[in-house]
Ligand binder design. Structure first.
Ligand code: FAD
Length: 602
């Protein structure tokens, strides 16, 4: 198929987006990060060397925004092919597949502000043209973007229009001679704004209801910039307000069709969300490595602090959450890749297939974004704590890591908006008949009034955890089913309940992904070689159980009443019942391995 990477090119899996709530997945049918090919690992090494040589030694200069430094680092990345990883070879890129691009995004995720500049360029900056541009637009812009000769940014947000992105006021009017659109308006928070040559700008033509998108060259004129924003973190990443004052854009630079801009923005954000999770994993691994190194090095009360249970808990928990987020991210990335392959095999054009494939997994993309960004925030917060006073020092690495992490819960759709999207998209799919949520929800409701089955416990490896995951799915179906029935059309206004249901879905998807990854890995390496992974899986799945119980209870108590509520609460108790489990012993197994390796090692 002419696309590089791909561990499973011959096998088009039938998994559909969002289906995890109602279907079981076989461990053999998921991709796990222990299966990289030589070619993929070589690309990973290129990115690791780039970050180690071109970025990490210069972090202070980057954050001080030394003139020309970040653009020159992007050009270096272009020379190495890093900017063109997802760009087809005929347009000057390397033509790698989605999963490989996720791996390289992960590595670049450790590059602080440069990670943001680079991903804004290759993602929201380049992809609208690559996926929606016509042949002439792609031929003109993509090769120069893939090499870094031109740098790109994406102008959607405005002072009055952030989460409500379609409400932007920037206007586009056709000139009297019909040759240009004249753009006027103000954009805000534009990453790479200070040095970009190419701006993808969203604006409304005349009184249109929906946005249109335009490819705007800085050279067209009529563009001015405010000074750099003073930000909490990612200080080296250029963030500007951009003003369009009678900016003349040739009509041939309308991207896709009139009023198609909002759809472009949403679809490009789906990709950005999945990639953000990849970048968060890379940053989290780096911070965990620093945390372990420091814990091993720092002595208090006559011993390294890594000997203390309170610190070992934190190190283990950092690793557990990263392992979990990584399991979910690459599972979804391969599902997306397979969906793309299947669409291409069915005759669809590659660019369209990529968008469609990713759109099918938009629920999972939102899950990954929320989970990955919150794992990173946990990891950096505990990283600061492990460093103690040095965690608060601007001379030590945690200060920058902590500040840089925080943006991830805000951009690419805030985590609140993404949580709402998870539930909204699932319910819309159910309503369209694409996802049968009602059938399984009714079955769970029937189970609630029936007598609980008493079967002999299955002692085989993973049987208990599989039962737990299946019960988490029942808990979601029960709570979501009841919420839909009880609240009907007002559910969309009951955001607290929606947040609870979204959190139940996030925990279930991630917990299942950890289980499937570990099961597959044990199949490949044997149980003894995977004792830390087994411990991480058990910790995550047990914790998820408690969280699902709390989220479910909150939701049910928010809208349920009387006997029906009491029955559902009892059902929830049944679905979140767990056997005794010793989390301290399991975390000790994980911490021991990290401390011996002196780095994140899973
Ligand atoms: C450093 C940085 C870089 C950025 N880069 C870019 C870029 O390159 N291009 C670009 O176009 N944009 C960019 N953005 C903008 C970013 O995408 C927006 O900040 C983000 O979408 C949130 O919009 P807002 O800031 O207007 O917040 P608001 O939408 O005002 O949200 C404020 C709070 O209200 C919540 N909220 C909003 N609506 C609802 C609702 N309906 N229900 C419940 N809660 C709600 C939000 O979750 C949030 O907690 C960047 C932002 C930053 C800070």
């Amino acid at each position: 198929m002419g696309r590089k990477g791909g561990a499973f090119k011959l096998k088009y899996m039938k998994t559909k987006g969002g289906e995890f709530i109602i279907k079981e997945t076989n461990a053999q049918d998921i991709f796990i990060p222990e299966q990289w090919t030589e070619e993929q690992l070589m690309m990973k090494k290129t990115c690791e060397d780039f970050v180690a040589q071109e970025v990490l030694p210069h972090l202070d200069k980057i954050d001080n925004q030394e003139p020309g430094l970040v653009p020159s680092i992007l050009e270096k990345a272009g020379e190495l092919g890093i900017l063109g990883i997802s760009v087809p070879e005929n347009l000057g890129g390397l033509g790698f597949d989605f999963v490989t691009s996720m791996l390289t995004t992960e590595v670049i995720g450790g590059a602080h502000s440069v990670a943001v500049a680079l991903s804004a360029h290759t993602g929201i900056g380049t992809l609208p043209i690559l996926y929606y541009g016509n042949e002439a637009q792609k031929a003109k812009y993509i090769p120069k973007l893939a090499t870094g000769e031109w740098k790109a940014c994406y102008c959607l947000t405005e002072p009055g229009s952030g989460s409500d992105a379609n409400s932007g006021k920037t206007s586009a009017k056709l000139s009297a001679d019909g040759k240009h659109y004249i753009l006027n308006g103000q954009k805000m928070w534009i990453t790479n704004g200070g040095f970009a040559d190419i701006f993808t700008v969203f604006a409304k033509i005349d009184d249109d209801k929906n946005l249109s998108a335009f490819i705007v060259e800085k050279a067209f004129g009529g563009i001015s910039l405010n000074p750099e924003e003073h930000k909490m973190g990612i200080k080296g990443s250029s963030t500007r307000q951009v003003f369009f004052n009678d900016c003349k854009v040739p009509v041939e630079n309308l991207l896709s069709e009139r009023e198609n801009g909002f759809k472009i923005a949403v679809n490009i954000l789906n990709i950005g969300r999945a990639k953000l999770a990849g970048a968060a994993i890379g940053a989290s691994k780096q911070v965990t490595t620093k945390s372990v190194e420091y814990a091993n090095e720092r002595n208090q009360f006559g011993r390294p602090i890594s000997k203390y249970g309170a610190i070992r808990y934190k190190l283990a928990e950092q690793a557990v959450r990263i392992y979990a987020s990584e399991s979910a991210t690459y599972r979804a990335a391969q599902n997306i890749e397979d969906a793309i392959h299947a669409l291409i095999a069915g005759g669809m054009d590659e660019a369209k297939a990529k968008l469609k494939g990713i759109e099918q997994f938009a629920v999972e993309c939102a899950i990954l974004k929320v989970h990955g960004s919150e794992v990173l925030d946990y990891v950096v917060d505990e990283g600061v704590q492990i460093y103690g006073g040095m965690g608060y020092s601007a001379e030590a690495p945690m200060d920058r890591a902590y500040r840089d992490a925080r943006i991830n819960r805000i951009f690419e759709g805030t985590n609140e908006i993404n949580r709402m999207l998870i539930v909204d998209m699932l319910l819309k799919r159910a309503m369209k008949g694409e996802l049968d949520l009602m059938g399984p929800a009714q079955k769970v409701a029937a189970e609630l009034v029936g007598i609980p089955e008493m079967s002999e416990p299955d002692e085989t490896l993973f049987a208990y955890e599989k039962k737990l995951i299946s019960n988490y799915k029942k808990a979601i179906l029960m709570v979501a089913g009841a919420a839909v029935q009880k609240l009907m059309t007002t559910l969309s206004k009951e955001q607290e309940v929606i947040m609870n249901i979204a959190d139940m879905a996030i925990e279930t998807y991630v917990a299942e992904s950890v289980l499937l990854r570990t099961e597959k890995l044990v199949g490949m390496r044997g149980e003894e070689a995977c004792k830390e992974q087994l411990a991480m899986m058990r910790i995550y799945i047990n914790d998820a159980c408690d969280k699902i119980s709390v989220y479910g209870k909150e939701a049910l108590n928010s809208f349920g009443e009387g006997d029906e509520l009491r029955m559902m609460l009892m059902g929830l108790k049944r679905f979140t019942k767990q056997d005794p489990f010793n989390p301290k012993a399991a975390r000790q197994v994980v911490a021991e391995k990290l401390i011996a390796a002196n780095k994140y090692c899973f």
